[in-house]
Design a protein around this ligand. Structure first.
Ligand code: ZN
Length: 274
């Protein structure tokens, strides 16, 4: 697998420019660009500057993330999603990066039935597939196991992707997000995912807390927590996955550190799983 870092990891203590320097310095092969951080960067420099950077360094962009709350949108929310999709596609023309990560809707008190969620997800992902197809871009759908999310499990995510049936729509395997759903009780489910449908592996460990208390702030460096990362990674390798292994943390205590340290420790802790 390829060593990658997701910009969420230092989103509150770094910038895109700083992330690029630190990722290159610490031997990362890829970086997942956050759409909001890219927009900020573009306030002071053009995309061609970014293209120059990637052309002259080992580091490459893996893709863009994330577009959230994609289900049951209002017209206004959908228009914003479309704007973000096209923004990422436009950036791809200059700098590359082949995947946009999209996330199902998280909202407390949702009362949609399983079939309504399935149908809406298929409809929305099919629409996204068509929008980004002319740019040769892929859509990576990321189930999140928390109770308030409408698509929580890997098997549910896979059923949706199968029904969409488009080559440019696949899944993100996020170790933490899927741990939130029954603590990876059905880890063998991963063996049944066709490898060509896995567009991205987000690696992240977790504090040892009850699942109903865990939140993204409890994400830890790989090996520092309780997620069976060795087994998850071994299954991914066994089924032939050789894409990015991207460190994606949202831990405020890491945001209080020097990003230099986070990139360095992150590379060391993630490399053992490649
Ligand atoms: Zn993720």
């Amino acid at each position: 697998m390829k060593l990658c870092i997701n910009e969420a990891t230092c989103m509150n203590n770094s910038t895109l420019k700083k992330d690029l320097e630190l990722a290159e310095k610490n031997g990362y092969d890829y970086i997942e660009l956050r759409i909001d951080m890219l927009r900020n960067y573009l306030k002071t420099a053009p995309l061609t500057d970014l293209a120059d950077f990637f052309n002259s360094h080992n580091l490459k962009p893996a893709g863009y993330n994330s577009i959230e709350n994609i289900n049951f949108t209002t017209q206004e929310e959908w228009e914003k999603i479309e704007t973000d999709l096209l923004f990422a596609c436009e950036a791809k023309r200059f700098i590359g990066g082949e995947t946009i990560v999209v996330v199902p809707t998280i909202k407390s008190g949702m009362t949609y039935s399983e079939s309504e969620i399935f149908e809406d997800s298929v409809k929305v992902l099919s629409k996204m597939s068509q929008i980004v197809k002319p740019y040769d871009m892929k859509i990576a759908f990321e189930p999140i196991g928390s109770e308030d999310c409408c698509v929580r499990s890997l098997s549910e995510g896979m059923k949706i992707i199968e029904a969409v049936d488009e080559a440019n729509v696949g899944l993100v395997i996020d170790a933490f997000n899927l741990y939130l759903f029954e603590g990876w009780k059905d880890i063998d489910c991963l063996k049944r995912i066709p490898v060509e449908k896995i567009f991205c592996y987000h690696i992240d460990d977790s504090d040892d807390l009850p699942l109903n208390i865990l939140d993204h702030c409890h994400r830890l460096f790989p090996s520092n927590g309780v997620i069976p990362l060795q087994e998850i990674t071994r299954i991914l390798k066994d089924i032939g996955y050789a894409g990015i292994c991207s460190l994606e943390l949202f831990n405020p205590s890491y945001w209080s550190l020097d990003p230099e340290e986070v990139f360095e420790v992150g590379a060391k802790k993630t490399k053992v799983y490649l």
